[in-house]
Design a protein. Structure first.
Length: 247
């Protein structure tokens, strides 16, 4: 039972079944012939030769010459710590590559195009479904043209969005409608800033934690969705710069 426990420890350190068996036998027997080790480990002598060579390369076996006999002995179990240290060092050197693979999963891009007002509306519906509490919902756009595309639908969207526990910030092109909406922004859980008067926008830019949506407001109706956290984060930073620059 004890040997099985020790064998499992050796396997966990990376030794294979035969290496673990031979090393344990060699520890028990002390300096011994290949024949004696093979008999005790219940392995073929030819197999034990290759296993011993493998253990020698790992620093766990050595050769002793007594008279005309060549004996094989297990090195001190303290040498096992060297195997563990080597594994740690190997992992340390490989960590940057693992980290690169890990970061790439977040940087993989998915770009989708939607054409026609019906398809564009599905983009907005997906936005509502994907938002989580306290997420940022950021917009730079022309609210007057946007609502004019389908006033009933987008007014309903604004009401549904207001019910979500999210952080809504809108930077809007100056217009009577935008200024009126600014006066009642609290009713829709929004914070609004108005762009300088001469600014002219024909698209809406919508930024969420994981995607950027560009909605063309002029015909033909279309939207492009970029699903990439790094790109979304950059747009968030740019939005923040513009937000802070406005009164």
């Amino acid at each position: 039972m004890q040997n099985e426990k020790l064998k499992k420890t050796l396997l966990d350190l990376g030794l294979n079944e035969k290496e673990a068996s031979v090393y344990l036998v060699a520890l028990t027997l002390g300096p011994s012939t290949v024949l004696k080790i093979a008999t005790s480990a219940e392995l073929k002598r030819t197999t034990v030769y290759s296993v011993i060579e493998s253990l020698k390369q790992k620093g766990l076996m050595s050769i002793e010459i007594k008279g005309w006999k060549k004996l094989f002995a297990a090195e001190s179990p303290e040498k096992l710590s060297l195997i563990l240290e080597a594994k740690r060092e190997h992992l340390k050197k490989s960590l940057p590559e693992f980290s690169l693979l890990y970061s790439q999963k977040d940087s993989e891009s998915l770009i989708k195009y939607y054409e026609g007002i019906k398809a564009v509306k599905s983009v907005y519906e997906n936005i509502l479904k994907s938002m989580r509490p306290h997420d940022d919902y950021l917009v730079i756009g022309n609210q007057e043209i946007w609502l004019g595309l389908d006033k009933r639908y987008f007014a309903k969207f604004v009401r549904q969005r207001a019910k979500l526990n999210i952080n809504i910030k809108l930077i809007l092109q100056d217009s009577p409608l935008a200024r009126k909406h600014k006066e009642i922004e609290r009713n829709f859980n929004e914070k609004i800033k108005i762009l300088p008067k001469k600014t002219s926008l024909n698209t809406n830019l919508i930024i969420t934690p994981s995607r950027v949506i560009i909605h063309q407001l002029t015909l033909p109706a279309m939207a492009m969705v970029i699903e990439n956290k790094n790109i979304a984060n950059t747009h968030c930073e740019l939005f923040d710069i513009i937000w802070k620059s406005l009164k």
